[in-house]
Write a protein that binds this ligand. Structure first.
Ligand SMILES: [Cu+2]
Length: 134
């Protein structure tokens, strides 16, 4: 349950559809156990209404992180560089040293948090925003 084996077997009741992504973004989860400092680094997540966007999340830290996006549901479309048509969720677990790609339609304008759902990790810095361009 703490890896991505199960995740790769899940199939959606309603897939996000086969649109090609207009934009792909990359973010990396980093951290330091001793300092209890956690971060999310990478592309600015500036999206445009109507776009299909993909985020590839790489966990380069030594803890797992359940990553949660507000305001949208996303489909898991890649696990460790393997393309899948996976579950539709609003949170996905990133085990240590794993990659997950998620896809969603930018259909809910706003300024939406994207963060680790371990609230102590979020509070120490593992949090960013999806911002819709004007
Ligand atoms: Cu975390």
């Amino acid at each position: 349950m703490l890896g991505l084996d199960l995740e790769q077997t899940l199939r959606p009741l309603k897939p996000a559809g086969d649109r090609r992504a207009h934009r792909s973004y990359g973010v990396t989860l980093t951290g330091d156990m001793a300092k209890y400092s956690w971060n999310i680094q990478g592309d600015a997540l500036d999206v445009a209404v109507g776009n299909r966007v993909e985020f590839t999340i790489r966990n380069m830290s030594m803890m797992s992180h359940p990553m949660h996006l507000h305001g949208h549901k996303f489909q898991v479309v890649g696990v460790n560089s393997r393309a899948i048509s996976g579950a539709v969720r609003d949170t996905v677990l990133l085990p240590t040293m794993s990659y997950v790609t998620i896809a969603f339609d930018a259909d809910n304008p706003g300024h939406w948090p994207f963060h680790c759902h371990h609230l102590y990790h979020m509070a120490s810095g593992m949090m960013t925003y999806v911002a819709y361009q004007a």
